[in-house]
Design a protein around this ligand. Structure first.
Ligand code: 5AD
Length: 342
C-alpha cells in the first residue's frame, strides 16, 4: 500500500520526501496514475481556481551563441534560417496580444548579443508605456547587472530553465554552460524580485525518476513561481537528433507531482507536450497545469523557431479548444471569445 500511504500524506498536507516523490513518478497502474492526476487537479482547483491563464510568446530572434546539444536553434545548427525582429515588428505583435486582452507577453530568443541591454530596455519601456502589459523575458544567462537593469525597466518575470538538476546530464547536454552559473542566475533573478521561472525536460539521456524528483525538490527549494515541464523532443540537425522522444506519461506525472509538491505555482501546459500529443495540453490542464502560452511570433518567422522538430503552433483557437476540452474557463479579461476565433 505504499502508494496509498503517500496519497494520504498529501491529503493531510504533509511534505513529501524524495523517496515518496520517486514512488509517485514510478506509479504504473492506470488506477494509481488516475489517483495522482486527480489529486493534482483538485489541488490546482483549490489553490488557483478554474481559469486558465493565457500568455503570448514572441520569439523575437533565433540567433544563439550557445551549442546546447538538444536545441534546434543552437549555434552550429544550419537548418533554420536566422532572423531577428526589429523593435517595431515586436511592437506589432505586442499590440495584437494587447487587442485580444492578453495581460502578459513573453519575449523569448536564443542567447543573442545583438540585442544590447539598452535595446531591450527600450522595447520593455515601450511595452509598459503603451500597453501596461506584464513582461516576461526568456533570453538566457546574463550578468547580475543586466538582470538588474532589465528588472528596473519594468520586466516582471524571467524564465530560465535549469533543464535538469543532474549535474552530469546538465554538462552532457550543455557543452558550453556551467551548472553553478545557471543556478546563480536563477538566484539573482529571485533576489532582484522577478517572478522566477524554471523548468525541466523529461526524457533526457540517462535521466531517471530520481533525477526528476530532485528537479521538483529544487523548484520548491528555490521558490520558483513558474515551472515549465516538457518532454525532450529530438531536433533535426542536432547531435541528439536520433535520440528518443520523452514520454508523455512521465511528463504528465511530473506535472502532477510538481503541483502537489510546489502547490501555488504557475505550471504551463507546454507547447512541447502539445507537439507530440494533440491532446497533450488538455491532459496537462487536467493534472495540475494552469497556463497556456500562445505562440505569437509572426507567421513568416515562426517556422524558423524550431527548437525541436514538428513544434506545434499554439494559437488562440487551439488554446480555447484545449481549455474547453479540459472543462475549464477562459479568463474574463480576454476580449476575444472562442466563437470569434474559430
Ligand atoms: N526538446 C524539448 N524541449 C526543448 N527545449 C529546447 N530544445 C528542446 C528540445 N529539443 C525547451 C527547453 C528550453 C525551452 C525554451 O524549450 O526547455 O528551456
Amino acid at each position: 500500500q505504499p502508494f496509498n500511504e503517500v496519497m494520504v500524506k498529501i491529503q493531510e498536507g504533509k511534505e513529501l520526501t524524495k523517496e515518496e516523490i520517486v514512488l509517485l513518478l514510478k506509479s504504473d497502474s492506470q488506477s494509481e496514475k488516475e489517483a495522482l492526476y486527480q489529486a493534482a487537479d483538485k489541488m490546482r482547483e483549490e489553490i488557483i481556481g478554474d481559469t486558465v491563464e493565457i500568455r503570448g510568446a514572441i520569439e523575437f530572434s533565433n540567433y544563439c551563441k550557445k551549442e546546447c546539444n538538444y536545441c534546434g536553434i543552437r549555434k552550429g545548427c544550419t537548418t533554420p534560417s536566422r532572423y531577428r525582429m526589429t523593435e517595431d515588428e515586436i511592437m506589432e505583435s505586442v499590440y495584437q496580444l494587447h487587442q485580444w486582452g492578453i495581460k502578459t507577453v513573453i519575449l523569448q530568443s536564443g542567447e543573442d548579443d545583438y540585442y544590447t541591454t539598452d535595446m531591450l530596455i527600450q522595447i520593455i519601456t515601450r511595452i509598459k508605456r503603451e500597453t501596461k502589459m506584464g513582461v516576461t523575458l526568456s533570453i538566457g544567462e546574463k550578468s547580475y547587472d543586466e538582470y538588474q537593469f532589465l528588472r528596473e525597466a519594468g520586466t516582471n518575470n524571467f524564465l530560465l530553465k535549469i533543464e535538469t538538476t543532474n549535474r552530469q546530464i546538465f554538462e552532457f547536454i550543455h557543452p558550453d554552460d556551467n551548472y553553478d552559473t545557471r543556478i546563480q542566475c536563477s538566484e539573482w533573478l529571485r533576489e532582484l524580485g522577478y517572478a522566477n521561472g524554471s523548468g525541466n525536460m523529461i526524457g533526457l539521456p540517462g535521466q531517471t525518476e530520481e533525477d526528476i524528483a530532485e528537479d521538483i525538490l529544487f523548484f520548491k527549494k528555490m521558490r520558483i513561481h513558474m515551472i515549465g515541464i516538457g518532454p525532450f523532443i529530438p531536433a533535426k540537425g542536432t547531435p541528439f537528433e536520433t535520440y528518443e522522444t520523452g514520454s508523455i506519461e512521465m511528463t504528465l506525472k511530473a506535472v502532477a507531482v510538481t503541483r502537489l509538491v510546489c502547490k501555488n505555482v504557475y505550471i504551463p501546459a507546454t507547447t512541447a507536450l502539445a507537439s507530440i500529443d494533440p491532446d497533450g495540453q488538455t491532459k496537462a490542464l487536467k493534472c495540475g497545469a494552469n497556463t497556456i502560452m500562445l505562440i505569437s511570433t509572426p507567421e513568416k518567422y515562426r517556422k524558423n523557431y524550431q527548437i525541436y522538430s514538428h513544434k506545434n503552433m499554439i494559437d488562440l483557437a487551439s488554446a480555447f479548444k484545449s481549455i474547453a476540452e479540459a472543462n475549464r474557463s477562459i479568463p474574463k479579461y480576454l476580449k476575444v471569445t472562442p466563437q470569434e476565433v474559430v
